[in-house]
Design a protein around this ligand. Structure first.
Ligand SMILES: [Zn+2]
Length: 117
């Protein structure tokens, strides 16, 4: 279950960044190619946070679709389902993945700061 180690990574980042404040929401970007199951990620996040100062913080997952750049014709292709990675322009498979491999914490909400109202 690699979601568990991903969540530990998120918790480490947030723990360092929170500076003693209480975190309410953590925003993460997850690329489709990461093959993360959102429900599993949320479940693991709960496990990782349990009994820590991060307990109760919500994970907000932003799914990043896969985008390809074709080496042959230069076309960009957004792949809804990361199953077939071929170029829409010429049907070629010699494509570089330019998006879809993300896994990063983009921001977080902390109590008593910002984002109210
Ligand atoms: Zn192409």
């Amino acid at each position: 279950m690699h979601e568990l180690s991903l969540c530990r990574g998120i918790a480490d980042i947030v723990e360092r960044a929170r500076d003693g404040r209480r975190v309410t929401v953590v925003d993460v970007e997850v690329g489709h190619l990461r093959q993360v199951v959102p429900q599993t990620l949320e479940y693991c996040w709960g496990l990782v946070c349990q009994g820590t100062p991060l307990e109760g913080a919500r994970l907000r997952i932003d799914h990043i679709p896969v985008r390809l750049l074709c080496r042959d014709c230069g076309a960009h292709t957004d792949v809804a389902q990361a199953l077939v990675l071929v170029c829409e322009g010429c049907g070629g498979a010699r494509c570089d993945v330019v998006r879809g491999e993300e896994f990063m914490v983009t921001s977080m909400d902390v109590e008593g700061e910002g984002s109210h109202g």
